[in-house]
Design a protein around this ligand. Sequence first.
Ligand code: ATP
Length: 353
Amino acid sequence: MSYRLELNEATVTFGATDVVQRVSLQLREGDIGCLLGPSGCGKTTLLRAIAGFEPLRQGRIALHGKVVCDTQRMIAPERRRVGMVFQDFALFPHLTVAGNIGFGLRGWTAAEKQSRIADLLTLVGLSDSAGKHPHQLSGGQQQRIALARAMAPRPEILLLDEPFSALDPELRGQLASEVRSLLKQDGITAILVTHDQTEAFAMADQIGVMSQGKLHQWDSGYNLYHHPATTFVADFVGRGALFAIQVADRNSIDTPFGRLSGKLPDGIETGTALQLLIRPDDIHLTTKEGSISARISERLFQGAEYLYTLQLASGHHFQCLAPSHQQHTPGDTVSLKLDIQDLVLFSNDGRAL
Ligand code: ATP
C-alpha cells in the first residue's frame, strides 16, 4: 500500500545529539496525524524534516511513495509541495484576504485562481471578507485565512505547527474541530504539532506520542488512552496512575486495592512484579460501605464532574471523576468501587504486556 507520508527510522541530529531518533510512521491519504509530546521532545524538528528544512542522519521520508529525503538525497522544500501553517500565522498585512489566499497560486489562470479563492472563503466561512485586510479580522478569522492560504495550492501534505497556541483556550478548542472538518471536506492530508492532548484528540485520526526524540506510539486517540504502549504514554495521555502489583495466579493480581481478577497474558509467572494503570473512569465513588476506602485530598470542579484526588491508607495517590451533584469535601473518607474492563499492565521497563 502506498501512503501519502511514510517515515522509516528517521533520525535528525544536532551536534552530537539525536533530537529525533529512528521515527517510523505512516499516514494514509486524507488522514490527519498529530505529533504530541512535552516541550523539547523533537516534534517541530520532525515536522521541519518532513518539510525539507532538516536533513536526516539516518532513515528516509517518502511523500506519495516517492523518497524525498534519505542519507543520499534531500529534495528542496519548494519541490515537496508541502503547505505550512505556523503559530504566528503571519498573513501579509498589505494584501487583502483574497490576495493572501491567492498568493501561492503561481501558474494558475485568473479564472482558476478566483474560483479556488471563492471556494476556500466559503469553506472557512469568510466569503464576505474577501476585500478586507488582515488587521480588520479577529485572531480566529486570521488563522482561518492562514489555513485557507496554505490549503489553496492543494499541497501533498499540510503541516501545522501549534497553529492555535496564540489563540485563547476557548477559541482553540472550537477551531481545532472546525479545522478538522475543513481539512476533511477538502480531502487534505495533514500533520499537526501540539502539546495539548485535547487538541490532538479533537483533530487527529492518528496521534504520535513523543518523548526525548523517540516516538512511543503511533495510534488512534482511543488506543493511546485504553491501550498505551508504554508507561510514558499512560502517564502523558489522560490522568492515569500506575501501581506496583504482583501476579497472584493465572487470573489475578495483588494490588494496593486488594486482589483483582482479570485476563493476564499467557506465560506470566506467579510472583512477577508489574505495573497496573488505573484511569479516573475506572473508579466510582459509592455511598455503600465498600471494601476499599480512601481519603479525598483535593477536588477540582469541572462543571458536570468533580475531579477528586484520593489517597489510600498505604499512601498511594490516584484520581477519579464523579458527578458534581454528589459533593465530597477534602478530608472525607469515601468508599470506592473499581470497574476495570481490561487490566492494563506494564513490565517494570515501562513496556505494555
Ligand atoms: P516545543 O513544544 O517547545 O516547540 P518541540 O517538541 O517542538 O518543543 P524541538 O523544537 O523539535 O522540540 O526541539 C527538540 C530539541 O532539539 C530541543 O532540545 C532543542 O533545544 C533542540 N534544537 C532544536 N533546534 C535546534 C537547532 N537548530 N540546533 C540545535 N538544537 C536544536
